[in-house]
Design a protein around this ligand. Structure first.
Ligand SMILES: Cc1cc2nc3c(=O)[nH]c(=O)nc-3n(C[C@H](O)[C@H](O)[C@H](O)COP(=O)(O)O)c2cc1C
Length: 385
């Protein structure tokens, strides 16, 4: 199998087959199936919300590459008059820099994207056009496309602006047209850095109430993924947030860190170190009804995908690794998404296939009916050590 992996790695440098998950199953007897908010995925690798899911062209490219899911850029909710309580997040900013960022404990080199922007800066109508393109891509057998929204978040003594929840969710549902509607609710790093997020009780109230408010606002059955921020409190508070949001169908853990001095969100090893450290502390099998988990943060190898999976994640959403200079990918042809998938899955030593085979060799997962299953990795989550 290792010889086959070397061979596949070399030949797929010139082009990755879109149906690579089927190839992995046939050639390696590894079932890469993952899950997002209860929806089955052919493999666990998706794209996180951001600047790489802003237009139909990017969706077409991701469909051709064989990505499993794409979360669209976050739109700022509005009511029927167009009023946006979170308007401060709908700002225009185009300049992005992909930069090296080493772990703060020294050593490990990594990458981050430096960008001052926030949410979708065009109209809701234009966003709905993107949602319809996404629906067509999903229906044609491409990636599962999921809209992302930043809804109104009140202060403790204020009510929620339900009109924003109703209007925005209603329009998304009509644009999507079929059930179930999936919505990812973004709690962003810039929110973590905002005075609104100074108060723990206020944050916990949002997390307790937001999934129900989105459900109540939707004319269609809706599954809610909550993308949790890295709040400016300790690891214990991250766990408190997860428990507060347990009415969600899925928790995405956790959005980028916030550098208050520079007023910037950042990623790299500091982000994955924190996310994995917090996920490590989930109580073993405490609550069977707990939402599914999706990992995000500094994922740039199959091993990191398994680091998140071993802590309970059913899929992963990446941004930075889809944005690196071309020289950083071993593939010589194809879109960045294709090259990234090639590296993540087929790299001998560090890719998902090699890492799954290693887990098998260490006795951490076993074949069932001759196959290894990515989703089985999760069953071993939260083992001591
Ligand atoms: C330039 C940029 C813009 C982003 N915009 C959003 C956004 O609008 N909504 C959101 O939920 N996450 C956003 N993210 C977060 C990413 O989806 C992802 O969760 C995060 O960057 C961690 O993954 P990574 O280390 O692979 O980049 C953004 C990230 C970057 C780098």
């Amino acid at each position: 199998m290792h010889a086959q992996l070397e061979q596949d790695f070399e030949r797929f440098k010139r082009g990755l087959p879109r149906e690579f998950a089927a190839h992995v199953r046939a050639a390696y007897r590894i079932d890469l199936s993952g899950r997002y908010a209860g929806e089955p995925l052919p493999h666990p690798i998706g794209k996180g919300s951001g600047q790489l899911s802003l237009n139909a062209g990017q969706l077409e490219e991701d469909a051709a590459a064989g990505l499993a899911f794409v979360v669209l850029k976050t739109v700022i909710a509005e009511d029927e008059t167009g009023a946006q309580a979170m308007a401060a997040w709908a700002i225009h900013e185009t300049r992005m820099r992909v930069e090296r960022r080493a772990a703060s404990d020294g050593g490990r080199p990594g990458w981050t994207v430096t960008w001052k922007g926030r949410g979708w800066d065009r109209t809701l109508d234009e966003y709905l056009g993107l949602v319809r393109s996404g629906r067509d891509v999903t229906r044609a057998g491409g990636p599962l496309v999921v809209p992302s929204v930043k809804y109104h978040l009140p202060r403790l003594d204020e009510p929620f602006r339900d009109a924003e929840y109703r209007h925005t969710t209603g329009r998304l549902a009509r644009a999507w047209g079929t059930t179930p509607l999936l919505v990812e609710k973004d709690f962003s790093p810039t929110l973590a850095g905002d005075a609104l997020a100074d108060d723990r009780a206020q944050i916990l109230r949002w997390l307790r109430e937001v999934p129900g408010r989105i459900r109540a606002a939707s004319p269609l059955p809706v599954r809610v993924a909550v993308k949790l921020m890295n709040a400016r409190f300790d690891d214990g508070f991250q766990l408190d947030m997860m428990h507060a949001a347990s009415e969600a169908d899925t928790l995405v853990c956790f959005n980028r860190l916030f550098d208050a001095e520079r007023g910037l969100a950042y990623g790299g090893w500091d982000l994955s170190d924190r996310n994995l450290r917090v996920l490590n502390q989930l109580t073993p099998g405490a609550s069977p009804g707990f939402p599914g988990l999706v990992g995000t943060g500094n994922i740039h190898s199959g091993r990191l995908i398994l680091d998140y999976a071993r802590r309970g994640c059913e899929s992963v959403e990446l941004h930075t690794f889809f944005q690196l200079p071309l020289s950083q990918y071993p593939a010589t042809h194809g879109s960045r998404t294709q090259r990234a998938l090639h590296a993540l899955v087929f790299t001998p030593g560090d890719g998902l296939i090699a890492a799954m085979l290693d887990l098998e060799a260490r006795g951490e997962i076993e074949r069932r009916d001759g196959e290894l299953h990515f989703l089985d990795v999760r069953a071993h989550a939260h083992r001591p050590g």
